[in-house]
Write a protein that binds this ligand. Structure first.
Ligand SMILES: NC(=O)c1ccc[n+]([C@@H]2O[C@H](COP(=O)([O-])OP(=O)(O)OC[C@H]3O[C@@H](n4cnc5c(N)ncnc54)[C@H](O)[C@@H]3O)[C@@H](O)[C@H]2O)c1
Length: 498
């Protein structure tokens, strides 16, 4: 087996589209001689010109020295026929997502390259084992899954198939590192790690929308302000495009035999069917351009702020917030004041029924996440509107207020619990090491933390409590806790404990 760090190593890239060109660019920028080939007329030449342009822009921005640009460009060669890939130590395929097409390219390569040349595929959804199964030498085939745009995305999932040797896997890990990427070894499962683990964030947001608990702008604001996500789930779906994220959701849900954890909603499909694809069509969950909304999703109230609020014992965050907002916090219910509680995994209705609290005066606050800039409030059906308005008027001078419909887990608890739970399930399935899961999800999806780190941050027992209560209250197995999470929560261990 050839040493990927050896200076004469040449790699081949088949397919000079968005991904192939990006892969070739990071290879040559990191000192690796690269030959790029595409079956489309002039496509590889055009890719080389695009890469040259991108490198020049980096020089203009002061991010690349002129001498390094010249050297990088000199390392990139265009092949006119696939036979010219004969000297390559590794060939990375990045052609259209079609099993027959990929198998046929690899079949041709088997006749051309040396016996120890590694054949890697950048497929995003085809099983590596299914591609290898069509080939004579299966042990040298593996997945090398880059993310778009390649020059900006550091993560590479390295995916061995059933016959891939450990030497091939380690060579690809070394190659990814040499290309300036962060490789994570991942099991050959539908969507691999990131496209699989990335389902929880958007689909739970879609469930919240489907139930009319909150609107997209409210959900996004909570996830940004209280949980540190750079983008809310709806703006993210609009950016990636509904024509991209709906098929991925459907593919993973189908591949997991309709496991309700992966279920999307009819609204998601409706967006696709009606061409509301997001930014690219000017309208998705939000409107763009001249039609862009400017109205704030935050609650306002012109009512008089409630002078006094009853906070039952143990609801510490509610007590502290109301004190900070200058309310007289009562220790006993006077029969008229709003009753403010903090809830975990429960909605107002269930809390009122369980405790005998007067539901008409009940307002619940989500204590999870960072509540220093924004708080989420909800009330049960039949609640007195003036009570809620009095609370909003009291809190709004100090915090942005998101008011939602009654829902176990509000917005933040629901989405966070689902993200954490799927992270735990990936650990249970052994998709990667706990550390690898966190690294991949951070780098692949720009999450502020990996899902296992998030679980520890919120506390495993709290995440377990949210999910257990949600499963009980909704009767929906979508919320069933991962056994990985349950065990660690019950034993008081970190979610990363093996
Ligand atoms: N675009 C993404 O966000 C993304 C991310 C990760 C992985 N992927 C995967 O990477 C692969 C490529 O995706 P892309 O977005 O770059 O596609 P693309 O359509 O931009 O490029 C594909 C290129 O492959 C060429 N091609 C098609 N058949 C060929 C053949 N038989 N031989 C040689 N060249 C051939 C086409 O001419 C085209 O230039 C796919 O498998 C895709 O699933 C894409």
């Amino acid at each position: 087996m050839k040493d990927m760090t050896y200076k004469n190593c040449i790699i081949g890239v088949v397919g000079a589209g968005a991904m192939g060109a990006g892969i070739a660019q990071v290879a040559v920028q990191n000192g690796i001689a690269t030959i790029i080939y595409d079956a489309g007329d002039g496509a590889a030449v055009a890719a080389k010109a695009n890469i040259a342009q991108r490198l020049s822009r980096l020089v203009e921005k002061g991010k690349l020295a002129e001498v390094d640009r010249e050297a990088a460009e000199a390392r990139l060669n265009v092949a006119c026929s696939i036979e010219e890939l004969a000297p390559c130590s590794v060939v990375i395929e990045a052609i259209i997502e079609n099993l027959d097409a990929k198998a046929s390219v690899f079949g041709a390569l088997e006749q051309i390259v040396a016996a120890d040349t590694i054949l890697a595929t950048n497929t995003s959804s085809l099983p590596i084992g299914a591609i290898a199964a069509r080939l004579a030498h299966k042990s040298r085939v593996a997945g090398m899954h880059f993310f778009n745009p390649v020059p900006l995305m550091r993560l590479v999932e390295v995916i061995p198939g059933p016959d891939t040797t450990s030497a091939v896997t380690s060579q690809l890990v070394a190659l990814a590192e040499k290309m300036g990427r962060t490789p994570v070894e991942v099991t050959d499962t539908p969507g691999f790690l990131v496209n699989f683990g990335g389902r929880a964030y958007p689909t739970e947001a879609l469930a919240i929308l489907q139930e009319k608990v909150a609107q997209p702008a409210q959900v996004d604001a909570v996830m940004r302000d209280c949980f540190g996500f750079r983008m809310g789930p709806f703006e993210l779906m609009d950016l990636t495009g509904i024509d991209v994220n709906y098929p991925v959701s459907e593919f993973v849900h189908h591949a997991m035999f309709a496991d309700p954890r992966f279920r999307s909603t009819s609204r998601h499909k409706y967006m696709l069917d009606t061409g509301q694809l997001g930014r690219k069509t000017g309208r998705g969950f939000f409107s763009y351009g001249e039609e862009a909304q400017t109205q704030s999703p935050d609650a306002v109230s012109s009512a008089d702020s409630s002078p006094a609020v009853f906070v039952p014992e143990g609801h510490i965050a509610a007590r502290e917030l109301m004190r900070e907002c200058g309310a007289n916090v009562l220790d006993h219910d006077d029969g008229t004041a709003p009753i403010l509680v903090t809830l975990i995994g429960e909605d107002c209705s269930a809390f009122a029924a369980r405790t005998g609290t007067d539901a008409k005066r009940l307002v619940a606050l989500d204590p999870l996440g960072d509540t220093s800039a924004r708080v989420t409030l909800m009330t049960p059906p039949g609640a007195i509107l003036e009570v809620l308005n009095g609370c909003i008027a009291r809190i709004a001078p100090k915090r942005a207020v998101t008011v939602i419909g009654d829902s176990p887990g509000f917005i933040g608890q629901r989405i966070m619990a689902m993200v954490c739970n799927l992270g735990c399930e990936m650990a249970q399935m052994g998709l990667a090491s706990p550390e690898g899961i966190d690294v991949a999800m951070r780098l692949g999806l720009n999450y502020p933390k990996g899902p296992l780190e998030m679980t520890d941050g919120l506390k495993g027992e709290i995440v377990y409590e949210i999910l257990s209560k949600m499963q009980f209250l909704t009767g929906d197995d979508r919320y069933r806790p991962s056994q990985w999470l349950r065990r660690r929560a019950q034993l008081g261990l970190s979610a990363s404990a093996v």
